[in-house]
Ligand binder design. Structure first.
Ligand code: MLT
Length: 404
């Protein structure tokens, strides 16, 4: 008789955004006359930039002709895209990242879930709390997290690093020594971030204790303040201890197109084995590459036209973030984030729990947000709103929240 991977049975409930989706669908079915405004999942709403659409059309035409048709993509991604990424995202900022250290993929979600595979099964992981659920759940599936305590909602073998208003949503170095440290800045869900000096502390720590930092920079395009690092490779020594994840979803609207990349520097060597060669092996075995047309679309993101269009898209979302931030502040709410990030993190009113506030807001204002508790125990008492809606919907949602 076959047996299943019992680690899956340890996962509590369903994936956060599936649970929210089901709750919203049930409410909508019971209240068909209500116009629901969704500021829950961080999904974009603006159409793809013109330069990207044109590149897609051109690439589709190439695929229709035997002379220019493309089959399987190279394992690590097309050179034209990796070169554009290395030059624009790293070298232009003074970071020494080469095209052959970039692994093109179909999403930062899958990369952040898969990267743990190349590390020992008994690696100790450290995560910010609250945290993007994928980092923890993928390690649960791999059997690395111990047992789950329903009461406290914590895993026995995970090192949690609380990020709350008290520490400015910046984690402190953990007491126990981890092997893998997941950091995401600008942060999902808190919308807060770190300065370069604060990140340097983490890089120094990882090098000192022999840990790897998995740095998720999916929201890099939203950084507006000078001293906030766009890449972990801006920190000295990061090439020896950090893997960086990037996405085309949030900056260029690729959530429905799928494109991302991971940087594994060649300097990362453990017991004589290069992590780069392990990830190359893994990529080659389990992945056949992002589609040619999508990689051409990604290349267009770095054209002069593409860059300008993306800037204006990010500016539009950040106008929403400002509206949410200022609107809720003026109504007396305690709010955070929203300056270098499309997420606003608010304290729930009174003693309301996050899920209680979720229900209250859905029923009374017909606005959907994301309960902070869904991101980990320290998220209890907080609530996340995204700036990815339309301006009109954002304004209406804030006004409805103010009214209740
Ligand atoms: C979120 O809402 O946290 C994001 O949509 C997560 C993701 O990008 O997968």
């Amino acid at each position: 008789m076959y047996r299943i991977n019992e680690n899956y049975l340890k996962l509590p409930g369903s994936y956060l955004f599936s649970t929210i989706g089901k709750k919203v669908s049930a409410f909508s079915a019971a209240n068909p006359d209500k116009r629901i405004i969704r500021l829950g999942i961080g999904d974009v709403t603006q159409p793809l930039p013109g330069a990207v659409v044109e590149a897609l059309h051109r690439a589709v035409d190439e695929m229709a002709d035997a002379d220019t048709f493309h089959g399987y993509a190279p394992d690590l991604g097309y050179e034209f895209l990796r070169k554009a990424i290395a030059e624009n995202d790293f070298q232009a900022r003074g970071c020494a990242v080469e095209p052959d250290e970039i692994f093109v993929s179909d999403g930062a979600k899958s990369d952040s879930a898969n990267i743990q595979e190349i590390f020992a099964a008994d690696s100790k992981i450290a995560v910010c709390d609250p945290v993007y659920p994928v980092y923890v759940d993928s390690n649960v599936m791999a059997g690395r997290t111990g047992s789950y305590d329903k009461e406290s909602e914590v895993w026995s073998d995970v090192i949690y690093m609380p990020c709350t208003a008290e520490n400015g949503f910046v984690p402190e170095l953990p007491e126990k020594t981890p092997d893998l440290i997941y950091l995401c800045f600008p942060n999902n869900p808190t919308g807060c971030t770190v300065t370069k000096d604060q990140l340097q502390v983490w890089v120094d720590y990882a090098n000192r204790v022999g840990a790897v930092i998995i740095f998720d920079a999916a929201y890099e395009a939203y950084i507006s303040q000078e001293d906030v690092p766009h890449s972990i490779y801006e920190c000295e020594g990061a090439r020896g201890c950090a893997i960086e994840l990037r996405s085309f979803s949030k900056n260029a609207g690729f959530t429905g197109l799928r494109l991302a990349y991971t940087v594994v520097p060649k300097d990362m060597v453990c017991g004589g084995v290069s992590l780069h060669s392990l990830w190359t092996r893994r990529h080659g075995t389990k992945y056949n590459g992002a589609p040619y047309i999508v990689q051409r679309a990604g290349e267009a993101v770095y054209s002069e036209e593409g860059k300008a269009q993306i800037r204006s898209m990010v500016d539009r979302y950040m106008k929403n973030a400002r509206y949410i931030l200022e609107g809720l502040k003026s109504a007396g709410y305690e709010v955070y984030g929203g300056v270098n990030s499309p997420y606003v993190w608010m304290k729930t009113p009174g003693q309301m729990g996050s899920w209680e506030f979720f229900d209250y807001l859905l029923e009374r204002a017909n606005v959907v947000g994301t309960p902070g508790a869904g991101f980990g125990p320290s998220g209890e008492g907080y609530f996340r709103l995204t700036a990815f809606g339309s301006y009109e919907n954002t304004v209406e949602a804030v006004e409805r929240i103010k009214e209740i």
